[in-house]
Design a protein around this ligand. Sequence first.
Ligand code: GLN
Length: 538
Amino acid sequence: MDTKYIFVTGGVVSSLGKGIISSSLARLLLSRGYRVTIQKFDPYINIDPGTLNPYEHGECYVTVDGHEADLDLGHYERFTNTETTRANNVTTGRIYQAVIDKERHGDYLGKTVQIVPHITDEIKRNVKILGNTGNFDFVITEIGGTVGDIESTPFLEAVRQLRWELGKDALCVHLTYVPYLRAAKELKTKPTQHSVKLLQQVGIQPDVLVLRTEKDIPVGMRRKVAQFCNVAPEAVIQSIDVPTIYRVPLKMHEQHLDEIVLEKMGVKPVGEPDLNAWNRFLDKIESAEEVLTIGLVGKYVELQDAYKSINESLFQAATYCDRKLNLVYVHSEKLTDETVGDYLKDMDGVVIAPGFGQRGTDGKFVALKWCRENDVPTFGICLGMQCMVIEYARNVLGLKDANSTEIDTQTKNNVIDLMEEQKSISNMGGTMRLGAYDCTLREGSKVAKAYGATQVRERHRHRFEFNDDFRERFEKGGMQCVGENPKTHLVEVVEVPEKRWYIGTQYHPEYQSTVLHPNPLFVDFVKAAIEYGKDRKK
Ligand code: GLN
């Protein structure tokens, strides 16, 4: 079968969940035995989201091959259990950079370089990269932004051309919003009609409409939308708010989204998708009654998307352990020795979040000291691990001015320091230590037991590292360096074995936790938190 291309666009407002709809459709097609990948095209000019502040676009996700990517790629992986790469996330910046490089190289042979055809050709080439590998039956392409935005116009033009070229092998799913006006007690479809008109104006007729709504949209109203928008009535599907995003694939399947897509693309749907494992996970979500309370200490707590993958990893792990996750965001800037007890006393476990720069680190040190002294299960991730090392150096090893050179460039006790290969780097974009690296875990350590293995591979995103000059002092003083890179011997994991669960990882295990394969380290942390919770309540 030729690779089929499904385009997902959005209208009316942003944040409708195109990523979740794309992921849900991918889940259904995968569960029918097809090979599927999802890619995201983002209309902004940044080359990648690596240089973006989390307040702008939430978390920066990292792929195995070290691409700093949009957080939607995290959803793709969590839903599909399939790794993404650099090819799965392309921005306007990347497209222009490639075209301008070609122009400088003389590839356009004296032609005037224009948005159409040069930019659109480059977009089309990128859309097809994964399809051309022969590894996928379906390539789902999510177009970021909202129809009508100036920025997304070249992408929509490329979609229009591709639909023309690919015929039945291309399909467009358009996601819109049907607001409920409380005062009038009415659902309103006019914004949807307008947004479809905008799409039609640029030459794209959607094949399927997915209507996001908070209330059930009556069949008659969906028919009306179908009629106004030239879409088959059965292909107007509603996506109603559900308690968990992981239920969306089932909601889509109930309305035959997968069958409709297959039929429209000339593939006969046979049988039903195998959603057994998926359903077992959903059953666990629903049957969990006991609550597990985890505190997440970070500085971006006003914005839930800033720690998206950590939230999801904790949720998956808690669900597998039959617990309802109560995740409490604790603003690190509010923590002082006087307030910390009030903030953390009800936590079964505490995660110290990743991050950059000095702001908020004092609160992380306060939290870590309190957790260590009270023997609360504690998980430090990336900057969280680095803070764990610093706090231990200061308060246990007696190195009062211990610090990271990221926080204090002058510190003598630079227990965390800039990696050697980072010292000559001046460009900020894409220059950290990024992507998956092997890690060897010490036999018998808590972390090796958690993984049930001594060789693991996890993803990184950092410039600073544990300073090896201090390794012996830490080991003698009770903090063990139990994970290291087999080639460079960089310290990747520390733990204090005498504590219940006090582990820090330089890598980000949250990037490798999916619904069907929750990350073992998160599961182990959650188990320790459950045990601690039981002890505490005794
Ligand atoms: N700022 C730290 C570093 O660059 C940690 C980064 C992170 O937490 N992702 O090493």
